[in-house]
Design a protein around this ligand. Structure first.
Ligand SMILES: Nc1nc2c(c(=O)[nH]1)N[C@H]1C(S)=C(S)[C@@H](COP(=O)(O)OP(=O)(O)OC[C@H]3O[C@@H](n4cnc5c(N)ncnc54)[C@H](O)[C@@H]3O)O[C@H]1N2
Ligand code: MOO
Length: 478
């Protein structure tokens, strides 16, 4: 990959990423720029020596984490769960700047979920003319009024001129004739035998007229840059005269599904299983703001993985499986082969601890999701979601905590992510939360973040809501 500029022109966010790089590279043996393989860099500086003469394995143990070493792979420091998320979100911000992502013009019907790249300014006054707020009569001056023959409907251009003492039938949304002083609702007026209109209650000047520009004047800022495009924003934009919106482009994501054991259809047989991640990840990634450019199944073929990673033009490559240290786990060797920088290499979270985040290009990243399906979800929410959020300039959800209904066993050192349903003001932990299981998460509203050591009944835990939480499935496996 292209080396980063050394020491100049880096802002605070870049420095954060550099710090993250320093942290992980510190424990991975020779760094990519380690010219001598002994910790000495090309500029002659040395990586931090181990305190008290510890080696990397001892340090990993002291730091309370570390993925158990696989054959031929050094132990290293796994990141704390919250630190891993923070690193991922900083990496997305830095990549967004490095790529100089140009805003795109998107038709309204394709803009849902994007982020406004520029403020939304009204292209017209709203309403753009004085408008009747009710069905009834437009009246001029004090009553009773002589009712004119013709009426005024919404969307019709022609308008009668009203003289003082005259009234005309008018529909909600129609432009009020010039010289109208009020709109009288149909239920508040009656006509006599001479077609004269009488008000049945007092009429005030301007009543039930929406004056031009009441909501905004042309050029007024309706929403700031950075606002998420919701269905309501689409409606507002259309009302204010927009056909397209200028938005932050969706990050492009390519999914590479690894594993020779995976079937794409039918029942499991002969040691083969169905690929659960190929069907699950694209829509989940889209819910995180991504455009999924492709899902490729590569088997356990190191060459194919290397070719796919080097050829990819995506902003983010997501791999599934192959993150551990088994004989066909090709993700780490491939990343080393392409000179990637590991920003996160293992996280102190269960499930999913072998997850990783690497920078494979100036503005390209790879998130390695573990193969166990719930572990993959954990990696998606820990690393891919924060990175995509900042890359797409989407606002983060406000973190919140809920009391847990029931005890949740904890891991001694690692954070646990446990599927929960939200009931009233509590999070109810679900069964079927093993790393290889999707049964719990498929019924869940959220994942509870359970600290090392576990949580007592009633103890508050941070809640990560799932994108579809509000609709729910109705199923409950407590
Ligand atoms: N010696 C150790 N072995 C393992 C450790 C460890 O710490 N030391 N960690 C275990 C944990 S925890 C996880 S998670 C997995 C991560 O392994 P990989 O990322 O290398 O994933 P695979 O070995 O390829 O697959 C693991 C498991 O998941 C199934 N799988 C893979 N892809 C899919 C898919 N698309 N759909 C459904 N299921 C999938 C695969 O068949 C395996 O059963 O490593 C452990 N080992
Ligand atoms: O981290 Mo593994 O994810 O427990 O299955």
């Amino acid at each position: 990959m292209t080396p980063r500029p050394g020491g100049t022109g880096l802002d605070a966010e870049d420095l954060d990423v550099e710090e993250a790089l320093a942290l992980v590279n510190d424990h991975r043996g020779p760094a990519p720029d380690d010219a001598h393989g002994d910790g000495t860099r090309r500029d002659g500086s040395r990586r931090d020596p181990a305190p008290h003469g510890e080696d990397a394995d001892q340090r990993a143990v002291r730091d309370g984490g570390g993925t158990p070493a696989g054959p031929g792979r050094p132990r290293h420091r796994a990141a704390a769960w919250a630190d891993a998320r923070a690193t991922a979100s900083r990496a997305g911000r830095a990549a967004a700047r490095a790529a100089g992502r140009t805003p795109v013009s998107v038709p309204l019907d394709a803009a849902l979920g994007l982020t406004l790249a520029v403020p939304l300014a009204a292209l017209t006054d709203l309403p753009s003319f004085d408008t009747s707020a009710m069905d009834g009569w437009a009246v001029a001056g004090p009553g009773p009024w002589a009712v004119r023959e013709e009426g005024v409907l919404a969307g019709h251009a022609g308008q009668p001129l009203l003289a003082d003492g005259e009234a005309v039938r008018i529909a909600t949304g129609a432009r009020v004739p010039a010289d109208t002083t009020a709109v009288l609702r149909s239920e508040h007026g009656r006509t006599d035998a001479q077609h004269r209109l009488h008000a049945t209650r007092p009429v005030t000047q301007g009543q039930d007229i929406r004056p031009r520009g009441q909501e905004c004047g042309r050029g007024d800022q309706l929403l700031p840059a950075g606002a998420p495009v919701t269905p309501a924003v689409l409606g507002l934009a259309a009302a204010a005269g927009y056909d397209t919106l200028t938005a932050v482009p969706r990050p492009r994501v390519e999914v590479l599904v690894l594993g020779d054991e995976l079937l794409t259809e039918g029942l499991p047989h002969d040691g083969l299983i169905r690929d659960a991640l190929g069907p699950m990840l694209p829509s989940w990634l889209r819910a995180c703001g991504a455009e999924v450019t492709g899902v490729r199944r590569l088997g356990d073929d190191a060459g194919a993985l290397h070719r796919a990673v080097t050829a990819s033009g995506a902003d983010l490559i997501v791999t599934t499986g192959g993150t551990a240290a088994g004989p066909v786990d090709h993700v780490h060797p491939t990343l080393r082969r392409v000179g990637a920088e590991f920003l996160v290499d293992g996280v102190r979270v269960r499930p999913g601890h072998p997850m990783l985040l690497a920078r494979t290009g100036e503005a390209q990243h790879l998130v390695g999701l573990p193969g166990n399906p719930l572990a993959a979800v954990s990696g998606l929410l820990t690393l891919a979601e924060p990175l995509l959020r900042t890359l797409a300039a989407r606002p983060g959800p406000e973190p919140y905590a809920l009391p847990l209904r029931g005890e949740v066993h904890g891991h001694p050192h690692d954070t646990r992510l446990v599927p929960v349903v939200l009931r009233g003001d509590a999070a109810v932990p679900l069964r079927y939360n093993g790393p290889a299981m999707l049964r719990g998460i498929a019924a869940a509203d959220a994942l509870a973040v359970v600290p090392p050591g576990g949580a007592r009944p009633g103890q508050e835990a941070e809640v990560l809501e799932l994108p579809w939480a509000t609709s729910g499935t109705g199923a409950c496996f407590t």
